[in-house]
Ligand binder design. Sequence first.
Ligand SMILES: Nc1ncnc2c1ncn2[C@@H]1O[C@H](COP(=O)(O)OP(=O)(O)OP(=O)(O)O)[C@@H](O)[C@H]1O
Ligand SMILES: [Zn+2]
Ligand SMILES: [Zn+2]
Length: 745
Amino acid sequence: MYCQVIIDIVHENVASPFTYRIPEEMELIPGQRVAVPFGRREKEGIILGLSETCDLDESRVKDILRPLEDYAAVPAELMELAGQMALEAHCPLAETLRLMLPAQMRGGRIHVKTEKTAVLNVQAEKALAMAEAEKRSPKRAAILRMLADGKVHMVSELASAVKEPREALRKLAADEIILLSEEESLRVPGSSFGSLQNPGFTLTAGQREALDEILPCLTGKGGRFLLHGVTGSGKTEVFMAAVQETLTLGKSAIILVPEIALTPQMVSWFRGRFGPVAAVIHSRLSPGERFDEWRRIRRGEARVVIGARSAVFSPARDLGLIVVDEEHESTYMSDHHPRYDAREVALNRCARENATLILASATPSILSFARARRGDYMLLEMPRRVKDRPLPEVEIVDMREELENGNRTVLSASLRRTLKECVTRGEQAMLLMNRRGYNSFVSCRSCGYVVKCPNCDISMTYHVASNDGMLRCHYCGQAMRPPETCPECGGKYIRYFGAGTQKVEEEVAKLLPGIPTARMDYDTTGGKDGHGKILEEFRSGRARVLIGTQMIAKGLDFPQVTLVGVIAADMTLNLPDYRSRERTFQLLTQVAGRAGRGEKPGKVIIQTYKPEDPVIGYAASQDYRSFFEDEFRRRRRGLYPPFTLLVRFLTESRSEEAAVRTADQLEREIRDMMENHPAWQKKVLLVSNDTPGVKVLRGKNRRHVLMKLLVGPETDEMIAAMTELAREPAGDTEVWFEVNPTTMI
Ligand SMILES: Nc1ncnc2c1ncn2[C@@H]1O[C@H](COP(=O)(O)OP(=O)(O)OP(=O)(O)O)[C@@H](O)[C@H]1O
Ligand SMILES: [Zn+2]
Ligand SMILES: [Zn+2]
């Protein structure tokens, strides 16, 4: 027998499979990992397929050295998925196969933990009788009583009841009364089960109707759903009920959540609900724990997988359901190679494995909603909050008027008054400020010089003394002392402009002396479990006001919050990106939705310099439909996704001249390519060849060639050709080819 092996090396030259002979005594299956001789070294690989014969010169075919596991690490469905993804991304199969395995499994880094176990080797009655009769050793008697239940016990567990049981165990084993063995032990992280129980609500009419559509699909060939429900409509209950039903049917479910949602609280909640059949994969797991969770899933012991985007590749047994919660989140797009969109992978897997897909959000992405309208997904709508709780009342404050009235602080008069009242009533408030730090830029009053990062074309942000009193670059992390005099003109008047979360925190402290607040942003959530601690501080009621960046906007459910303040609503609106309106709408609607989720109604105050902007209006009225129609029309008119694919070549170089030259060269080659393919010509709109929003980043000068592609049968081929183009060596200049890039800076 022979087999074709994909070697675990990502390189053009070893992209295709290599043939090996399978020694007589070895039995192998596709998807299994093997050790093979490769050149003079030993390498790991994955078996792609088997064959009876081989048309190569027999003497040149080498033997497989050994299997690395006795099972297929990559099951058949995932082998096929990896194959398709490699084709679509125009990258070697070895690269997409890596997505299917926990990283620590590769390169022989795994360490299987084993533990000693003991089990009875005689009838239970006999063991109990022996325990009674045992006069000399109370230890042996105690062990026999514990083992009388006939189950396998960990020796470590016996040791917690009987001191130093080893000698007694040896004696019992020697007399063949018990059996001792060594077993693989799986670390189940944070195994404090049962902390929170199933809440057992009576479902609302909206929840019932949604489930009536979903549940029948779970038994059959699967369905595709977009669950669009306003904030606080109880979407979580709907997909939890679907997960429950999936388990009852003996199948597995995967729930994808944005990484930020995987707080210890959520983790314990999922475990409390589903017990040990749930595997929760998050970034705080140790590599060992991660690998153990993966094996529990692979063996079918864990049948609910909860995790961030990479959990979509979990080897779930008999997959029945994938849920993507907060589906509009951009974190579902991976930003390193090989790039993928977890929502597209989920769709692909569900189709392959006859599973059901549920995308859930209060603010669906334009793409998903457009697909639902076209009939690709069934649209399930829940327009009302649970218990018919009202959506929050929203007030829009024009900050230009505040300035005219002489208020130069970040809090408007209205927000000050309402915040004070809210806290006085003993309720809680959340304030969104989508920029961290204290001041956003520092400049000279005499000559206008702005302090910029030495590595990036970005102004530096001032962080107050509690953090270190330094200027920081939010792109590369560079820090420096604020200048005392202007480096340009020597002037003494250095001014600090703009505000960040630290400034808001300070203003709130002045307004509400003695009232404890919490701040949640990149600077305060660094340590292990940083998010969890701050959220717990707020949930417990110790902190009355939570100030934060977009981190506080999503999915959180704090019933005591009756006021939400948005300090600067236009901040994201002004970014040079075709998605900035969509992101602003989502952010504002989501954060507004945190108010009034409990018994008491909520109020939202949105501060803006552009109160007339329709996006602000749609968010204030939580009017998704009107926003969608407006934005969809705008994208059609401007030929933006989903009507086109946006692609760009990004060049980066120490030398500005080289970055420009390479971009110009690429533009010429693209034009040549179009001339050679008249059919392509009509499909490509060359938008620009210029500097992106950030001209210099981490010391590299940047240029980009931006294009829009009208989607058609030739799209795949065009992208393949452009991928090739980007691979051509360009001296010291790096070239990146991106399809629908996650950021346009
Ligand atoms: N049928 C029900 N009866 C009473 N309370 C419910 C019911 N269903 C859900 N809830 C509660 O309503 C609150 C909101 O539910 P949930 O967090 O699922 O909303 P959501 O739709 O996911 O909102 P968001 O999109 O804002 O995250 C939660 O506190 C939840 O426990
Ligand atoms: Zn100056
Ligand atoms: Zn920088």
